[in-house]
Design a protein around this ligand. Structure first.
Ligand SMILES: CC(C)(COP(=O)(O)OP(=O)(O)OC[C@H]1O[C@@H](n2cnc3c(N)ncnc32)[C@H](O)[C@@H]1OP(=O)(O)O)[C@@H](O)C(=O)NCCC(=O)NCCS
Length: 262
């Protein structure tokens, strides 16, 4: 059991920390849904992961009297280059050091490091029943962007995974959002507006607008009936067809207003 007055220090992870980091992680692999890994991480695999964590990807550890009692990392969210401004966070604390603020300090330091590295967004995927981790992330400015239902199966049960996001916003952007009545720390009004709503409404709120329709071509009699005579006469290689114009205020049959996407 840790002493009440013990000093916790944070520092960058070293190659020599690999064994301790893997031991903390593998405890969760074997006993909880904190990670969806089902096989213990080998020492070699852990060393490789540490070696690959070069800026902006970082791994840090929390130590007590020189012993590693927790670790955290920023890893690529996706290998696809355009996702480079986004990182995924991981935080793990040894079972006998939990509930003493170590996880909070590790996560706060990760957030600082991500900001310093110029990242734009942090993501966390957390099993929906991992309430301690959810609470930890909410307290550090993450907001829920949705739940992936029954995407994992561990210990014979389906696991829902909640995706949390924390964006780095300039003070100006945060002020602008607040002025619009949106609290940037707790905001997730799309979720609030649609959570619990019928599936159709959720779907509508998430749809993206369609791209504009291309002018119609082809020989359907219906299409021909709506095509001005002048345009039809030309055929292939003629001037671009003029689209029929409706008088102002005339309802456009068959056209639906699409909800705006995010
Ligand atoms: C999640 C984890 C990293 C939190 O680390 P920690 O050192 O215990 O966290 P802290 O002491 O900083 O506490 C974080 C928050 O959780 C709360 N908390 C801690 N232990 C708790 C418990 N047993 N029950 C309920 N809440 C608890 C704290 O009160 C604190 O909330 P607050 O800031 O609103 O007071 C740690 O529990 C852990 O390693 N869990 C297993 C691995 C895991 O789930 N990692 C996250 C993967 S997504």
């Amino acid at each position: 059991m840790p002493e009440a007055c013990e000093t916790i220090r944070l520092r960058g992870a070293r190659r020599s920390d690999a064994r301790a980091i893997a031991a903390i992680y593998n405890e969760e692999v074997a006993t909880t849904v904190a990670t969806m890994d089902t096989e213990p991480r080998t020492l070699d695999a852990q060393r490789t992961l540490l070696r690959e964590h070069v800026a902006p990807w970082v791994a840090i550890v929390a130590t007590s009297e020189g012993k590693v009692v927790g670790w955290a990392s920023l890893s690529p969210w996706s290998e696809r280059r355009a996702y480079a401004p986004t990182a995924e966070v991981s935080v793990y604390v040894a079972a006998d050091h939990r509930g003493r603020g170590v996880g909070g300090r590790l996560l706060a330091r990760l957030i600082e490091l991500g900001r310093a590295a110029g990242l734009h967004s942090l993501l966390a995927r957390i099993a929906d029943r991992n309430v301690v981790s959810l609470r930890l992330h909410y307290r550090h400015g993450f907001e829920s962007v949705g739940v992936l239902r029954e995407v994992g199966r561990k210990f014979g049960k389906w696991v829902d995974v909640r995706v949390l996001q924390r964006r780095y916003r300039s003070a100006r952007a945060a002020a602008a959002e607040e002025a619009r009545g949106r609290d940037p720390r707790r905001a997730d009004h799309r979720r609030r507006a649609t959570e619990g709503a019928p599936a159709g409404r959720r779907y509508a709120a998430e749809r993206v607008p369609r791209s504009p329709r291309r002018p119609r071509t082809g020989s359907s009699p219906h299409r021909r009936a709506r095509t001005p005579r002048t345009a039809r006469a030309g055929g292939r290689g003629s001037e671009p067809r003029e689209r029929p114009r409706l008088p102002p205020g005339e309802p456009r049959s068959g056209r639906r207003e699409l909800p705006l996407g995010p």
